[in-house]
Design a protein around this ligand. Structure first.
Ligand SMILES: NC(=O)c1ccc[n+]([C@@H]2O[C@H](COP(=O)([O-])OP(=O)(O)OC[C@H]3O[C@@H](n4cnc5c(N)ncnc54)[C@H](O)[C@@H]3O)[C@@H](O)[C@H]2O)c1
Length: 285
């Protein structure tokens, strides 16, 4: 275990979306770091399997079903975690979904679902957990999973991309709120690059061909080029433990995206994407 991770040892982690992908990796790495882990997911069978595996390796883990789109379900998750372990020192608002479709073609339910999970899920996570974490007076960590995509723009993924911009903004404001309160809770924004998970297999999408093609292309790209969820977690968790605000899986790519975003904004440039990106998506104007 890295020295940095020792800051987390003996604490309790709650990770949403921990039944798969990056969240599952984070649950496993947190357990290896000596944390008790609440493995929370809407897919409770997957959460149970991850928790059982952690227990099988000598760790302490509890699976809890949560729908982060439902504030009452998040309240119940917080109660379950505090009842079981008496404290929560690390909250990772990680559950998220991909959704594909032109803004005006995406059905209302998919818009609502995406924003409720990807944005409101993290907001209600903080609302439900932070008061008890702050009141404990102990050092703690709250991390929100945004995306490297939260530094850019992408047609057809509009609902997803805007939700990830929102996660960065939310995390920045939350960081400052903790400072105003002189709270020892550190806040991080996680900006994963490509990670091979089930996110595009499970994506919601409108019925047009462009969305289906784009989804298939993104899925293939992640499976071919992405690191595993466990590898992602192994680089993410030490950064959170160290109190980094910007947490990357692909630091060079993050820096490039951030520099491109900064240049774009300081020039007040028109929205644009490189032609090869548009061509790869079958979206040349
Ligand atoms: N995979 C990538 O390349 C990548 C890149 C950038 C950001 N991310 C972000 O990482 C996070 C994790 O995604 P992943 O790639 O591991 O995907 P994943 O699909 O493998 O895992 C997401 C998990 O969230 C759960 N979930 C979905 N809706 C939920 C709900 N309403 N309540 C509770 N749990 C719910 C799913 O059941 C699933 O187990 C997401 O926020 C995603 O946007 C992923």
């Amino acid at each position: 275990m890295s020295d940095t991770l020792q800051a987390l040892t003996g604490g309790t982690a709650v990770i949403t979306g921990a039944g798969s992908g990056i969240g599952e990796g984070l649950a496993r790495v947190a357990a290896e770091a000596g944390m008790r882990v609440v493995v929370a997911d809407i897919a409770v069978d997957r959460a149970e399997a991850v928790a059982a595996d952690i227990r099988g390796q000598g760790g302490e883990a509890l699976a809890v079903k949560v729908d982060v789109a439902d504030p009452a379900s998040i309240d119940a998750l917080a109660d379950a975690a505090f009842d079981a372990f008496g404290e929560v020192t690390l909250l990772v608002n990680n559950a998220g979904v991909e959704t594909l479709g032109f803004t005006w073609e995406l059905p209302t339910e998919l818009w609502e679902k995406t924003l409720n999970i990807n944005i409101h899920g993290a907001i209600h996570g903080v609302r439900a957990f932070a008061p008890r974490m702050i009141a404990s007076g102990r050092p703690g960590w709250i991390a929100n999973t945004a995306s490297i995509g939260g530094l850019g723009m992408m047609p057809i993924q509009t609902s997803y991309i805007l939700s990830k911009h929102a996660m960065i903004s939310f995390s920045e404001c939350l960081f400052l709120e903790m400072q105003v309160k002189q709270s020892p809770i550190r806040v991080s924004a996680i900006l994963p690059g490509p990670v091979a998970t089930r996110i595009f297999e499970d994506s919601g999408q409108s019925s047009d061909t462009a969305s289906a093609e784009h989804g298939a292309m993104m899925h293939a790209m992640l499976q071919a080029d992405g690191m595993t969820g466990l590898e992602a977690a192994q680089v993410i968790l030490p950064q959170i433990a160290a109190g980094e605000f910007w947490v990357s899986t692909h630091p060079e790519m993050t820096r490039q995206f951030a520099a491109a975003r900064a240049a774009h904004l300081s020039a007040l440039a028109m929205p644009s994407l490189p032609e090869e990106v548009l061509r790869g998506m079958g979206l040349e104007p």
